[in-house]
Write a protein that binds this ligand. Structure first.
Ligand SMILES: *Cc1c(COP(=O)(O)O)cnc(C)c1O
Length: 430
């Protein structure tokens, strides 16, 4: 399968689906409808689809609550005091981490603040944060408000990486040069793993190595990376990371996030952290003592008792990831995205109307392609929506399309190609 040259035909797409080792996984998800018809869902970068098993996983906890009341905290197969634990093996697999380097908790933005309390330790003369220009707004607000909280002017504190003139994505060499150039004044390197707007997958290994060589803490926001691209956070020596579970992880709207803290910090952390009772030594937690003793690993950053219902939904999805395995997912993802890129290029021919701004190298992108629309803009997007395409429009003129290897197939991509071809004909003729 991998060496097959792509073809813009239904037969080709169907053959690819037949030989797809993950073909059966699509049926594990509820596919949404639009105006009563099953839609072409290409929006898993924004909200992943619901695994059919979610309702039974959640129902089991509702039942435990109904039957046991407060005793559910300590009784049964999965007592709620340990509710976060079953998520750890899959999270470790997805992130390339040891189980005690990860824990599910809170939401992404709150976690990023908590992690910055520990890892952003600015001093006069060394207080700056390096990040990509056009970062997700929440991240921009978080970085700016943290700088301000420490008494620095955000306009001074944030150093943003811009693509070169005429380019849309960052070059790794430029990122590394910038770290070197500003190393004397940087207190933190904090970037996306996969950029939400351009779909660029940054070279986290090299960025981390470069920052660490200069003793600058490095953290990543993996909102668009987890469950999308293979990660090796432990090996890459990343200091910390956080993510959300409702995009590629399919855990449901607003569901629980999580953190990664490298083991070199998790076991002997002298720095500041904001603490809560759930981060306290779990053997002594209910002795209700006044002195805090951190749990080892990422758990030491926990504040509150677990989101039991949310974790149940997350677990339904994580079990699917475990079954599929990241290697198979990534292989299929590269093919699906490659096929999408092939069709877009074949249909749009030159780049005057439609331009893929996501890097063309598979090692520099995940499942998402971002299309810069030079003519037609939102109107074209609305035409696609009329025909059942669920994708994602971002101002001023980018459409993000994300084929997800768990539930999208090659026929979806072919169908999208046909819609693209038709709408192209329409507005090129006009
Ligand atoms: C989706 C996303 C968020 C969302 O933050 P929440 O706290 O989960 O609402 C934050 N940052 C990035 C980069 C994202 O892509």
């Amino acid at each position: 399968m991998p060496d097959t040259p792509f073809e813009f035909s239904q037969i080709f797409a169907e053959e690819m689906d037949i030989s797809d080792p993950l073909v059966g996984f699509r049926d594990k998800f509820h596919l949404p409808t639009l105006k009563g018809k099953e839609c072409l869902y290409l929006c898993g970068n924004s909200l992943g689809l619901q695994p059919k098993t979610v309702s039974s996983y959640v129902a089991a906890e509702l039942e435990a609550w109904a039957q046991k009341g407060v005793r559910g905290h300590f009784e049964g197969e999965n007592p709620w005091v340990f509710a976060r634990k079953p998520a750890k093996p899959a999270l470790s697999m997805l992130l390339g981490a040891n189980p005690d380097e990860v824990t599910p908790m809170n939401n992404l933005s709150s976690n990023l603040h908590l992690l910055m309390v520990s890892f952003y330790r600015p001093k006069p003369g060394k207080y700056k944060i390096l990040t990509e220009a056009g970062a997700f707004p929440s991240d921009q607000y978080i970085l700016a408000s943290q700088a301000k909280f420490h008494g620095f002017d955000p306009a001074e504190a944030l150093i943003e990486l811009h693509p070169r003139k005429g380019e849309h994505v960052l070059r790794t060499e430029d990122i590394l040069n910038k770290i070197e150039m500003h190393s004397h004044e940087l207190a933190l390197v904090m970037m996306a793993g996969v950029q939400y707007y351009t779909g660029q997958w940054f070279d986290l290994e090299q960025i981390s190595a470069c920052a660490r060589a200069k003793e600058i803490p490095v953290g990543f926001d993996l909102a668009h990376a987890i469950g999308n691209v293979p990660l090796e956070l432990h090996k890459w020596n990343v200091d910390f990371a956080t993510w959300c579970s409702y995009k590629y992880l399919n855990a449901g709207p607003g569901n629980v996030s999580g953190i990664f803290v490298h083991e070199r910090h998790g076991h002997d952390f002298q720095g500041p952290r904001f603490t809560g009772w759930w981060g306290h030594d779990e053997d002594r937690r209910f002795l209700m003592e006044g002195t805090f003793k951190a749990m080892p690993g990422a758990d030491g950053w926990l504040l509150s008792n677990d989101h039991v219902l949310g974790l149940a939904a997350l677990q339904a999805s994580l079990d699917i990831f475990q079954e599929a395995g990241m290697n198979r997912l990534r292989s299929k993802s590269e093919l699906l995205t490659g096929y999408l890129e092939f069709l877009i290029q074949k249909i749009s021919k030159d780049q005057s109307t439609l331009q893929v701004i996501t890097p063309s190298k598979p090692t520099e992108r995940g499942a998402q392609l971002s299309l810069f629309i030079h003519q037609g803009g939102k109107k074209v997007f609305d035409q696609w929506t009329e025909q059942g395409v669920v994708a994602d429009w971002r101002n001023p003129n980018v459409i993000r399309i994300a084929p997800c290897p768990l539930y999208n197939n090659f026929t979806d991509i072919y169908k999208f190609g046909k819609i693209l071809e038709n709408s192209f004909r329409k507005f090129v003729e006009k």
